[in-house]
Design a binder for this molecule. Sequence first.
Ligand code: MN
Length: 315
Amino acid sequence: MSGPIEPTDEACANEPVPDIEVREGRRTDVGGVGIARVLPTKGRRTIGAWCFVDLMTPDDLDEPMPLEIGPHPHIGLQTVTWLFSGAAVHGDSLGTEQLIRPGQLNLMTSGHGIAHAEDGRARERIGENVGGVAGAQLWIALPEETRHGASRFQHLDELPIAELPSGEASVMIGGYGHVRSGAVVDTPLVGLDATFEVSTTVETDPSFEYGVVPLDRSLKVHDTVVEPGSIALVPQGQSELPVDVDGGRARMLVLGGEPLGEPIQMWWNFVARNKEEITDAWRAWQGHDLDRFASVPSDLPRIDAPRPPWVPSGE
Ligand code: MN
């Protein structure tokens, strides 16, 4: 799935978070599916190497739109696709065609360049009516050592489950206790989809910074209230994170990692270190450079990149 970054996201340079702070997400639209973007946000570009969190939460859950995102490019990142409902076929320039359903994980590593499409049209691609899609689309910034490397794709058919007090967590990325995901990432990271009743405690690594994203109910992280559609930013130095919900059962994403330590620049679907790298990728995509972005097995229309605001018109 795609999550085009807008030029305004340049205002999201990392600022220190001395205590738990809540940031409201922004409502936007990707490929006809309404989303809440909770990262990047004001004063916060990355959590560990996590650099982008979109929640696809259709306004009309009875008739959500199927996902129809045509071929588009990425550089410098990994995309993590995690569905709550529906299904989609991932197609990419490595030749991959992979159906994904809730409970499964797609991890696409762009390295120097990859292109992909996400197609949730039930009849044409999946052969059954799976309804519309809801889920999370997450990006992980690649570190300097691997961001120019080869692209790859990994599908995990099921994820390991870790026990929590009063609940459990699917371990999408990294590890929790002795439970480890098979997903291959290049920096110390964790990504959990946790459900619990009333009150739980998430063990955390003091060297990691974290974000807690409520998916269905308002939560209390320590004493800070965070609503669905928002994110609680948690600074380094915690060894556990108490989370409460006011009765009943709640679901949340817990994302963490060692601070990336490299300032990144994000524009549209590109994660880079400077404008020149973004301009090069933009030219390669708009110029149909098949060495960098090979063709994608998809009959959805290709998505053109907008002109970066720093590139003079006429180029
Ligand atoms: Mn994408």
